[in-house]
Design a protein around this ligand. Structure first.
Ligand code: HEC
Ligand code: HEC
Ligand code: HEC
Ligand code: HEC
Ligand code: HEC
Length: 643
């Protein structure tokens, strides 16, 4: 009784606070528009309104730069040739066509540049800068910057950016990045070459001169570079990036190959076997576990470094028994504990597909595990305790067969690899799967998929689940973080009959399944803290969140998910709410949702105390019934600061 009245008191207080804020600031919120600009607010939160650059010059301008250049940079971040973790995290759930569209969009914006800051440099220094920019220094092998960046230095289509209107700090940081090997472009990387030839004094001179120039308006990139004077050094630059390279063959694919490619997607093999920026399936991706770091292996058909010499029997031994070709026991980070259920025909088809990949000579890297986990005898004990190969089956259940759903969920889909808890030795504990599991190497929580447990899938319809798996969105929320990557690389490609089979298996028809909302089912009553909450939570919500999620957490249909009644918000453990608030994110780009809306990361805006107040406020407001979160919880669950 006492808790109840305390709850009610708190809710009245909070809604009174929210209401008073509403009346003072409602007029400030911009109206919602279903545009690309609205979708990309997650970007302009850092890059400034319309991508005009952040106020202090640290966040570069995007508006008006050549689309080819912007696209190349987005791919460079995603593939690890440039580094900014908070931004890269947002790009990880996008596909190339959305990146193209984003690049086109920012490129098409024509905004005047701010007036340049008058330079404090001496006339001699500025004159040296001008010389380098417009004439180069043949003795040092330096072509003029105008040679590639255009005679007006406003860039050249399709992929060379302008150099005017950029703050000096930004210019220096980029030249320094190339010199130090932190920024890369596709090879040959001409700017790396030029930056290394520029002495510190010359770099200083040229950035002083560039940043003091008035930018013409409109600052259109030229359509071709100026003719090269024969006296000037010539340097080669890389071609525009063309991603999405798959094997091209004039022979039409066999049914077995098509099936193999499909199954490899459903198993999401590429997610673990492709390193950031590395060749597809060439391995080398590092996976964090409680026992140390594992490195995935090269699955391309290279004869000695990949699996080019493997027979279908060798491959089956890995998939079904968890043993490498030479008999070495494999670590269950490779989810053969699930793949053991894959049929022989499907295993063979996957190998047929892998053999069509471009062979990569990448050498497998040794794992970095603590003793005794790095020994084969420890692994054999583990396997004796926790792994029994499934009975071998020649073929998989046909589409339409009732057993097909279980085959996909428990076999190739390896859903419980994340969605069930693990014991102290890393073995999956299906018997206690009701609480869901923590995703290895992260603080994300994969909720229980058992439809009978409180607060779980129980209130979803089969159609909702099919939509979630194939589009990454549903009326119960979107796929975030690791699940967004599962959808992006895997489940979005599910054939309709297979998606339905999985939904039928996970959500069997039963009248007992209730239609109650997440927060209403079986969640233990919330014990409110004795002290009154501070006004900090509502204030931060108003400042950072209300413009998208609404004054009352109601969201905007089709764009911003509601926080009132949200499963993520009301979850017993606040892990995912904290990950999402700190990291932001886009739902995965899929055929059904090709241009998702984005949420900016708040890593840099909110300290632990503020995050605790904000998250607690969201968890107890608008009918939400979850327990507040302490600073201590935040300290434990906050993802590490991005590099
Ligand atoms: C948390 C802040 C932040 C967010 C959010 C962010 N960026 Fe960035 N972005 C940066 C920083 C910082 C750099 C410069 C990094 C460097 O110096 O290399 C950058 C660089 C870029 C560049 C390269 C610019 C150039 O001229 O070389 C592009 C393009 C870009 N961002 C696009 C985006 C897009 C598109 C989004 C949204 C999907 C986005 N950014 C979200 C901080 C952010
Ligand atoms: C041989 C051609 C070439 C020459 C000469 C050249 N650049 Fe570049 N520069 C490029 C290309 C291409 C890019 C885009 C690289 C990428 O895609 O990351 C670039 C990018 C840059 C950038 C990054 C801009 C941004 O928005 O992040 C800076 C800064 C830069 N160049 C400075 C210079 C300076 C200063 C000079 C003269 C000393 C110069 N460049 C001469 C080809 C050239
Ligand atoms: C969750 C991450 C993960 C996924 C998903 C995954 N693998 Fe792996 N795989 C690994 C790791 C890590 C290893 C290395 C294990 C070891 O060396 O003990 C590995 C090893 C292998 C090996 C043994 C290679 C060798 O040289 O011994 C094969 C074969 C393999 N994986 C195939 C696949 C296929 C096919 C798929 C998709 C159906 C897949 N993997 C999905 C992580 C993964
Ligand atoms: C790499 C780990 C991982 C794998 C593998 C994985 N999931 Fe998830 N899943 C997550 C995480 C983390 C969440 C919670 C984040 C979110 O809300 O998107 C989640 C959320 C979900 C949800 C939303 C549940 C809810 O109650 O809100 C469904 C449904 C789901 N996953 C289904 C599946 C299915 C089906 C598979 C197998 C094909 C699967 N997942 C495989 C990590 C994973
Ligand atoms: C620019 C608009 C915008 C702002 C500002 C914003 N969000 Fe979001 N938020 C989104 C979008 C878009 C999604 C869906 C993202 C996805 O699918 O990954 C989302 C998703 C979420 C989710 C997951 C909800 C669910 O049920 O799946 C939570 C929780 C959340 N936001 C909390 C916050 C908090 C707390 C703040 C303030 C600190 C905030 N958001 C600010 C746009 C925004």
């Amino acid at each position: 009784m006492e808790t109840l009245s305390a709850t009610r008191w708190l809710q009245t207080l909070l809604s009174a606070l929210a209401l008073s804020i509403l009346t003072t600031t409602a007029s400030l919120a911009a109206p919602f528009e279903n545009t690309l600009a609205q979708r990309l607010q997650a970007c302009t939160a850092c890059h400034g309104d319309q991508g005009r650059a952040g106020p202090d010059g640290y966040y570069p301008r995007l508006a008006g730069k050549p689309a080819g250049y912007l696209y190349n940079q987005l791919v460079n971040f995603r593939e690890g040739r440039r580094h900014y973790g908070l931004m890269t995290g947002l790009l990880d759930t996008m596909d190339d066509s959305y990146l193209q569209e984003i690049a086109q969009y920012f490129s098409s914006l024509e905004l005047p540049h701010p007036k340049p800051v008058p330079s404090t440099a001496s006339a001699a220094l500025l004159s040296r800068g001008q010389q380098l920019a417009t004439r180069g220094d043949a003795a040092k092998g330096l072509p003029a910057c105008t040679q590639c960046h255009g005679s007006l230095l406003t860039g050249v289509l399709p992929q060379t950016p302008g150099l005017l209107g950029l703050p000096r700090d930004y210019l220096n940081a980029q030249l320094g990045g190339w010199k130090a090997g932190q920024r890369h472009a596709s090879a040959p990387d001409c700017m790396a070459d030029i930056a290394r030839k520029l002495s510190d004094a010359d770099a200083n001179a040229v950035t002083h001169w560039l940043s003091s120039q008035v930018v013409p308006f409109p600052a259109k990139p030229a359509s071709s570079p100026p003719p090269r004077p024969s006296a000037q050094a010539s340097v080669e630059c890389g071609k525009p990036i063309n991603t999405g390279q798959t094997t091209t063959s004039s022979v039409p694919p066999s049914a077995q190959l098509t099936q193999g490619a499909y199954l490899a997607r459903i198993g999401n093999c590429a997610a673990c076997h492709t390193a950031r920026g590395g060749a597809p399936f060439a391995g080398g991706k590092r996976l964090d576990t409680d026992f140390g770091q594992l490195v995935s292996s090269n699955l391309t058909p290279h004869p000695s470094r990949g699996i080019g010499a493997w027979s279908p029997d060798d491959f089956w031994q890995a998939m079904h028994d968890g043993k490498s070709r030479d008999g070495r026991l494999l670590y269950p980070a490779f989810p053969y504990t699930h793949y053991t259920q894959v049929s022989r025909a499907d295993s063979d088809a996957i190998l047929v597909y892998l053999r069509t990949l471009a062979p990569s000579g990448q050498v497998n890297t040794a794992h970095d595990l603590r003793w005794p986990y790095n020994t084969q005898w420890a692994l054999s004990v583990w396997r004796w305790l926790y792994f029994k190969p499934a009975p071998a089956v020649p073929t998989s259940p046909a589409p339409g067969d009732l057993a097909r759903g279980s085959y996909l969920v428990n076999g190739l889909g390896h859903c419980s690899a994340c969605h069930a808890p693990r014991n102290r030795l890393g073995a999956i504990d299906e018997a206690h799967a009701a609480g869901g599991g923590e995703v290895a190497g992260s603080r994300w929580l994969a909720p229980s998929l058992q439809s009978k447990t409180p607060g779980s899938l129980g209130h979803w319809s089969q159609e909702d689940l099919v939509q979630y798996l194939t589009q990454g969105q549903s009326k119960h929320g979107n796929a975030h973080g690791p699940m967004a990557e599962v959808v992006l690389g895997g489940t979005q490609y599910l054939e309709p009959a297979d998606a339905q089979a999985m939904a039928r298996y996970l959500l069997p028809e039963s009248p007992a399944r209730s239609a109650t909302r997440y927060g209403d089912i079986g969640i233990p009553p919330v014990t409110m803290p004795a002290t009154a909450p501070t006004a900090l939570g509502p204030r931060l919500y108003e400042k950072h969140c209300a413009s998208c999620h609404g004054q009352n957490g109601q969201g905007v249909a089709g764009a911003y998910p509601p926080l009132a009644g949200s499963a993520t918000v009301n979850a017993l453990r606040p892990n995912n709410l904290i990950q999402i608030t700190v990291l932001g994110g886009f739902a995965p780009a899929t055929a059904g949702n090709p241009r998702p809306f984005g949420m900016p990361p708040f890593q840099l805006q909110l300290n632990n105390q503020e995050l605790a107040a904000l998250v607690s406020f969201v968890r107890v407001s608008w009918g939400n019934t979850a327990a507040p979160v302490s600073e201590f919880d935040i300290n434990k669950l906050r993802p590490a600061a991005a590099p």
